[in-house]
Every structure is written in C-alpha cells, then in structure tokens.
Design a protein around this ligand. Structure first.
Ligand SMILES: [Zn+2]
Length: 314
C-alpha cells in the first residue's frame, strides 16, 4: 500500500480495489466543494443536506465511469420539492468539478426532510460525454424507489444497470461524504468464467459490504481515508490509488445563458423586453447575474432568425 499523508480527506475522491477480486470502492469527502456550491443559495436544512448527499453520490458514481463529461443526477417531484440537481464533470486532469441547486415551492421548515417534500418523485440520471466524436447522451428515468438517496441509487444501479452497488451517504450541513462498494460489471471474457468464481466474487462483495456497513457518519465525515479503510477492512488486501481532487465549478457563461434565452423564442423575449425593459437572469447554480438590454435582446433575436433561415453547411 502506497503511503499518503493522513492530513485529512477534505475534497478528495479516493478509489480503491480489493486485490484479486472484481470488487472496488470509492470514498468521497466534499467540504469546500459543498460549501462553495451552496454559498449563494439559502436552502432549508433538509434540502441542504439532501443536496450534499446527492453531490457525494454523483462524485462516487462519476468515478466509476470511464468517461470524460458530465454526470447529472436529478430528483424531480410534484410535491413541495420541485427539483434537486447535481452535475459532476470529469476532465482530462481528472479533477471532479461539481455544481448543485434545488427548487421548491412555498415555505419549507427546517424540520422537513427530503422525503416529506416529495410527491410522485422521479430519479433522472444523465450521462453527457461532451465529446465531438458523436457519443450519445444517455438518460435514464425511473420512479423513486427507496426511503433514502442511497437506497434510490442502489435500486437504480441494480434494476437499470444490473450492477450490484452499495452506497453510504451523509451530510452534516458543513461537509458531505460517502462510500461506494461495487462488483465490477463482467466483461465478455468473464461471462464464461467458472461458476465457483462468480460465487466467490459474490461472497467477497457480501463480506466487504458487511464490513463497510459498520461505518458511522462521523467516520465517513472525519477520518483520513487510509485510517478509515484500515479500520473497516483490516483483514482485506486493499489497494488505494492516487486521490482525485473535487471542486466547485459553475460552467455558466454569457453564451450559455444567451443560448438558453434563444430557446424561449422571439415572441417570449419581445414580451419580456416590453414588460420590463431588459432581460435579467441569475444562474441557478452560482447566482451570477446576466443582463440583456434592448440592444442585446435584439441581437439574440436576429441570431435566432439567422439560425432558422440559413441552410445547413457542414
Ligand atoms: Zn453559474
């Protein structure tokens, strides 16, 4: 096992594997990442911690994907909670860049939990490879099954992806943390492997899953990664990798806001300008302010007209 200084585990994603088995895991702690992501938003306590858990979950899942791009997790509902959304981007530097926001209606007391506020909930997972080689955006939409965010994700992974996954999540309002244990999906070669191996792999998954389930929220939030892994899996042969940094980052820009406004159409834009004199937009994620006066708005509309009449040239 390579030694890393056990200073703290703040704002890192730590991958590990159980040697000679297809079982792997991730640990994540979001402290600054979490605080910065929500610093511009006044969220009721229950939604703040739910969003923290969803952020931790997105980092854990993004780290299991072999892809650069965006993983977006959303919980939508018709109750007081309208939307929880978290985006986690992986890039060439392998840092995880995250942003998150929530929408709700009416007064939501601090005592309300996420599940008090959900009616007819849906869980939506989007994978956007953001590549130019034509890779498709994938989206899965399932009803919410489970009474915690971790249970929802475990059910989703098993039912939709056929991947046995165990997830632990917590958030104390200042930090969010989580752990994932997963049996790697079989490759074509492994499908033909002996049944006894498959049984052995399942046994490993159940054994380390059981050991992992003894973890407390306090340990997840506060212990340095190596200390935690040693404490949980003392008898197991665990290999850990170089940790990945996590950070808050909002990708909004004048161009992305202008594109979003164009989608409203000329008629809608004209009526906003007539009513208010300008179009003002605040980014839902970072609260950055964008303003379009009459002249800017006219340019948005001219651009739309151009897009619509010009023939496609490739
Ligand atoms: Zn923004």
């Amino acid at each position: 096992m390579k030694n890393y200084p056990p200073i703290n585990n703040h704002d890192t994603l730590q991958r590990f594997v159980f040697e000679n088995t297809p079982v792997r895991g991730n640990l994540v702690n979001l402290t600054q990442t979490f605080q910065q992501a929500l610093s511009q938003q006044q969220l009721p306590k229950g939604l703040r911690s739910a969003l923290g858990e969803l952020m931790a979950a997105s980092a854990l899942l993004a780290a299991t994907l072999k892809m650069n791009g965006a993983l977006v997790l959303q919980i939508q509902s018709k109750g007081a909670l309208k939307l929880l959304v978290v985006e986690c981007n992986t890039d060439e530097n392998e840092s995880l860049k995250m942003r998150a926001t929530a929408k709700w209606s009416g007064a939501v007391g601090d005592e309300k939990t996420l599940f008090d506020l959900i009616e007819h909930g849906q869980f939506i997972i989007t994978l956007d490879p953001k590549s130019e080689d034509g890779s498709q955006i994938y989206q899965g939409i399932v009803p919410l099954e489970g009474d915690s965010i971790s249970a929802i994700l475990e059910n989703y992974m098993l039912r939709s992806e056929q991947i046995d996954t165990k997830i632990w999540l917590c958030c104390d309002g200042n930090s969010a943390a989580g752990m994932l244990i997963q049996k790697m999906p079989e490759t074509m070669n492994q499908v033909t492997q002996h049944e006894e191996n498959i049984e052995q792999d399942l046994e490993t998954l159940n054994r380390v899953g059981y050991l992992a389930s003894t973890v407390t929220n306090d340990e997840l939030l506060n212990l340095p990664t190596e200390t935690l892994l040693t404490r949980l899996f003392n008898e197991e042969d665990v290999r850990i990798f170089e940790p990945t940094i996590t950070q808050f980052y909002c990708s909004c820009s004048l161009t992305s806001v202008a594109n979003m406004l164009r989608m409203l159409g000329n008629e809608e834009l004209t009526s906003i300008i007539e009513e208010r004199g300008s179009i003002e937009v605040n980014c839902d994620f970072c609260n950055k302010h964008y303003a379009f006066d009459k002249v800017d708005a006219a340019q948005l509309m001219v651009a739309e007209a151009t897009v619509m009449t010009s023939p496609k040239i490739h």
